[in-house]
Ligand binder design. Structure first.
Ligand SMILES: [Zn+2]
Length: 379
């Protein structure tokens, strides 16, 4: 994320078709050799672009309006878009959802959001001058300038979503990030990691999402693909393929579907009696309820779960040395029992310098995304 002091002038040069495509959304420039971004003096190559030092054009990023009293936080999902209306003090004043219309490569999604925000502004009788800006979280890799590198869920290719949204909203400041990264920011701001500066937030839902915050900044990586904790390889002989195309990803075990898969495999391979055997359709909740009820087979499953999640978190900690992990998503509703199993193995596997990192439950639930998005445009 380009911070206030960084984001003034941006110099861009492109080195291949993909990068030229990105540039088109920033500025109409073509036929250049490298993509270089310059933040007030320091040059940062992005998107695999090479530094060539060729200066093509200056782009002024729109800065956060320091006089704004409100902000909108937008969490773009595959089925619905959540929108939150916040005071700059961080109070959620209003929230609602609109459907995500994915037809025609999702071209209607941003205009629908802009329309909904404008309608809300009309109802509240506020103008663009009253806003610090609009923050957005989107389900794909997003770099510090707001360029999304494709979002298969929405039908989107590569383009600058911040710039596009700003154009739809009278040129106000729009900042964007990957949805999981943005949710992590929300948990740090107003959720389970309040008061911490080095935070890893993990969402155990249909998949496993994660965001890494280092020194209060989202760690986005060169094309916004950092923090893909769900795709850390934790098992070598997994026959099934993960959504990402690899095998043995953490997401294949620690997600809701992963827990169910592990349970079914266990019931087949074990002769042990279990309350789970009487259920027709097992859910992740059933498994954790059985753990809490003392079911021996379920407890074995919880050990396996804790081992894999603890291992995944230890890998992350060995690289980013966080103060705290925040665990959210549907599976985390199991509560502290899940944390305990995870902590047991985390402590076992992690480098001693990160052994004291706390592991806690997320506090914002589904609102983490809108909180974090709003925080992108609140100083
Ligand atoms: Zn994967």
């Amino acid at each position: 994320m380009a911070s206030k002091e960084q984001a003034k002038k941006v110099l861009l040069v492109a080195d291949n078709d993909a990068n030229r495509e990105i540039l088109k959304y920033n500025e109409q420039v073509e036929n250049y050799n490298a993509l270089v971004i310059k933040y007030n003096g320091s040059r940062v190559p992005v998107a695999g672009g090479k530094y060539s030092g060729r200066t093509i054009t200056n782009i002024d990023e729109v800065e956060i309006n320091p006089n704004g009293k409100y902000a909108y936080g937008v969490d773009i999902g595959g089925t619905t878009v959540k929108i939150g209306f916040f005071s700059t003090g961080g109070e959620l004043l209003d929230k609602w959802e609109i459907p995500t219309v994915k037809t025609n490569q999702g071209e209607q999604i941003l205009p629908d959001i802009a329309k909904s925000i404008k309608e809300h502004m009309g109802k509240k009788n506020i103008t663009f001058d009253d806003l610090t800006g609009v923050g957005m979280g989107a389900p794909g890799p997003v770099d510090g300038l707001g360029v999304i590198y494709g979002a298969a869920n929405l039908g989107w290719g590569t383009f600058n979503i911040s710039k596009r949204m700003s154009e739809l909203l009278g040129g106000i400041c729009v900042k964007s990030g990957n949805d999981a990264n943005v949710a992590a920011l929300g948990e740090m701001w107003k959720g389970g990691a309040q008061g911490y500066h080095h935070v890893v937030a993990i969402t155990l839902g249909t998949g496993v999402g994660a965001g890494v915050i280092s020194n209060e900044k989202i760690l986005a990586g060169c094309i916004g693909a950092a923090g893909e904790v769900g795709h850390i390889h934790v098992v070598d002989d997994e026959p099934d393929t993960c959504g990402c195309g690899n095998q043995g990803c953490l997401e294949q075990y620690a997600s809701a579907t992963g827990v169910v898969k592990m349970a079914k495999r266990k019931l087949e391979s074990s002769k042990k009696d279990s309350s789970l055997r009487s259920l027709k359709d097992i859910s992740a909740k059933d498994v954790w309820d059985a753990v809490k009820a003392g079911d021996e087979l379920a407890k074995e499953l919880a050990e396996e779960f804790g081992k894999l999640l603890g291992k995944g978190l230890s890998f992350v900690a060995d690289v980013v040395n966080p103060e705290i992990f925040v665990i959210g998503g549907g599976v985390s509703k199991a509560g502290n029992v899940l944390i305990d199993y995870c902590q047991k193995y985390y402590v076992k596997y992690v480098f001693k310098g990160s052994r004291d990192a706390k592991i806690v439950l997320a506090a914002l639930g589904n609102d983490g995304g809108i909180y974090g998005a709003a925080k992108l445009v609140i100083e």
